[in-house]
Design a protein around this ligand. Structure first.
Ligand code: ADE
Ligand code: ZN
Length: 326
């Protein structure tokens, strides 16, 4: 079989995907109509033309505007269902999804509405396709630690519906340390911990995410290579990096796909996984991320198998499930 077929067919886990980032322009318009929400854009094409990003913030502004059409439990279900169907087509067998409750609770949508709709879609995917899934609640780092604590309080009645917490949104100027106490509390609660670090922000943020927040995986982390000692530590401790190649190109972390440092990360002995981040905004789902990287970098079948295996190894699945899927 060709390398492309191997990439597409191989079972994989997706570990870095913001469910609100899976909202395709067509669904944004359908939900806007269903809910009577007025958008700044007059058509699907006009919205799609606005997806010309210069950096992380220019994307986040549009991403939060897109999420404004989500009001009802069924909206969160429909969004999640659409993503899981695409992921199933890409042979994703396990998906750990980020969601951003503060984007919705700030607009008056109840926390329970958000998590119940998303969770119900995960249950249906498990029943219909045997796909497993889990939810990771992200705190928006441009908001305060106090806001994060309030969100955690709202989440606790739904503790059985999510497995961990993460940290996302505008990275620069919002170092991990800002959330030291709330992450300590989440750790006491037995939640799994991850954080975005070293996407746009400096390698120092990767270090403090590990040392201060005590996260188990780093989301993105591509800027670690600027710090040799940190790179060695990540390799030695097998800290997984959930890398999102198409995202990094769209948000200008790298100028072109061929400039992406994926191969150098692998050569440095790091545990890396390939993910789609916000597939509706960045031009592709997880298989598109694989095929683009393998077409521009000198990666081979062994790399493909390693990336698939590590996607399960780096997941929060119980060990026996990992072994079954790997
Ligand atoms: N929210 C959604 N996608 C994100 C990303 N790539 N970085 C930070 N916050 C995000
Ligand atoms: Zn992300």
């Amino acid at each position: 079989a060709s390398l492309r077929q191997l990439l597409e067919k191989m079972p994989k886990a997706e570990l870095h995907m913001h469910i609100e980032g899976s909202l395709e322009p067509e669904l944004i318009f359908a939900l806007a109509e269903r809910n009577g929400v007025t958008l700044k854009y007059s058509s699907v094409d006009e919205l799609r033309r606005a997806y010309a990003f210069t950096d992380l913030q220019s994307f986040l502004d549009i991403y939060y505007a897109g999420a404004s059409v989500l009001l009802k439990e069924q909206d969160f279900y429909d969004m999640t269902r659409a993503y899981l169907g695409r992921a199933h087509a890409d042979n994703v067998r396990h998906a750990e999804l980020f969601f951003d409750p503060q984007t919705h609770t700030e607009r008056g949508v109840d926390f329970g509405t958000v998590i119940s709709g998303i969770h119900r879609a995960l249950q249906d995917a498990a029943t219909e396709w045997g796909m497993s899934g889990a939810l990771i609640m992200c705190f928006l780092r441009h908001l305060s630690e106090e806001d994060a604590f309030a969100t955690l309080e709202q989440a606790l009645p739904y503790r059985d519906k999510f497995i961990g917490v993460g940290l996302d949104s505008s990275e620069r100027g919002h170092p991990p340390e800002k959330f030291a106490r709330v992450f300590a509390r989440c750790r006491e609660l037995g939640l799994r911990l991850v954080a975005h670090a070293g996407e746009e922000g400096p390698p120092e943020y990767i270090r403090t995410a590990l040392d201060v927040l005590k996260v188990e995986r780093i989301d993105h982390g591509v800027r670690c290579l600027e710090d040799a000692e940190l790179t060695q530590r990540l390799a030695r401790d097998k800290v997984p990096l959930t890398v999102c190649p198409l995202s990094n190109v769209k948000l200008r972390v790298f100028d072109r796909a061929a400039d992406h440092n994926l191969q150098r990360l692998l050569d440095a002995g790091l545990t890396v996984t390939i993910n789609s981040d916000d597939p509706a905004y960045f031009g592709g789902y997880v298989n598109d991320n694989f095929t683009e990287m393998f077409s521009v970098l000198p990666l081979d079948q062994r790399h493909a198998r390693q990336l698939a295996r590590d996607s399960f190894a780096a997941s929060f699945l119980p060990e026996q499930d990992k072994r079954r899927l790997m």
